[in-house]
Write a protein that binds this ligand. Sequence first.
Ligand SMILES: Cc1ncc(COP(=O)(O)O)c(C=O)c1O
Length: 425
Amino acid sequence: MKFNRRNFIRSASVIAAFTISEMQALAAKSQIVTDGKVIDDDDETYWHNVRQSFPLSKDWTYLNNGTFGPSPFPVIEAIHNAMMDQDREGNYGGYDSTPGKLAKFVGANENEIALTRNVTEGINIACWGVPLQAGDEVILTTHEHVGNALPWLNRQKQHGIVIKKYTPASTADETLNRIASLITKRTRVIATPHIPCTQGQVLPVKSICRLAKDKGIFSLIDGAHGAGMMPLNLHDMGCDTYATCSHKWMLGPKGTGFLYVRKEFQETLTPHYGGGGTDNGKWDLMTDPVTVGDYAPSAHRYFGGTQANALYTGVNAAIDFIETIGQANIHNRIKYLGHYTQNRLLEFGHRIELLTPTEERSRCAVNGFRIKGVDYQKFYNLCAENKIRIRQVPENGLNCLRVSTHIYNNTSEVDKMIDLIKKSV
Ligand SMILES: Cc1ncc(COP(=O)(O)O)c(C=O)c1O
């Protein structure tokens, strides 16, 4: 649904429980329809109108989209309406349009999308389904989120696989060299993040997938930060699986994700869950012997049972919201703010250690840094006291700070954090 004034007025009665200011914000959203036009990344009036579509409190500066993306009003409203419909009329199901819509959004086919609750679930389906034997090697980074570390460490514990690791370099080419140098005859999987949670560097996933393919290695991508941050074409990327979510850069409902599994790879990736929707409907316990049936002829083989219908309606609304503004416009604005943040941090010279590369292709919305001589937790607490939300990054001993900005942010919000750094150094 595209947003316009008529839609706003029609929906206003449904959300009568909202406060006046929230209603005003809803009205403002009618000014953000782009109809495919290019919006300048520094068009502050346009982006200010976009901000009015979010219930974000004016008291807080939210610079932590990497953890989760706040949803705009239309998403919240869609969830509310879907719950009302379901509970009023007893509808069952209703999420059926979501895999197709998600597929179109990320450049895949509908039969390649499995719905999940989060990235962690998608990674686990991929990790436990890929055929591995003791001694087989899996390549990870030293910057993994727990969600892409523990599944593989658990397989090491249970099946004796071997984990090899590399630290992402400051250039994409050098990162590729590091991965290539780890490959041996036993390498079976490269399980790399698209964008690590630590410092938000954009890794050269397409080249990584090409390298993997050339060597007969599976490429299982942790795409937590990909969907919504940038236009995606997973067929073009060439990965075997891509686990992502709707609750970060897609600004969708929390607890919704999806796993892309390349169609041909579905014959290799074993499904381990069974239930409503995961087979071709031929199972039968009354025959003798019992009838097993085949797996569903799609990625539905990886998820079954009752789904969060209302939340998936919210996912559909999140895609509509993104497309109302335009994914390319969003990406440009996100990049602009990420670039602005880097420049402000670099003004401090040697007093700030910027951990995110400045190479154009390797940077986007997220920046990681340390402040020389200032404990990262102390600065994190100072931000919280001043109602600025950033993230501390204790993962893998990195002990740094992370700022992540989305379309609802502006440069003055970044400046607020910069002012706190000035007081701290
Ligand atoms: C790179 C990365 N991978 C995986 C995850 C886990 O995501 P989820 O909480 O949706 O399972 C996150 C969450 O922040 C992440 O940043």
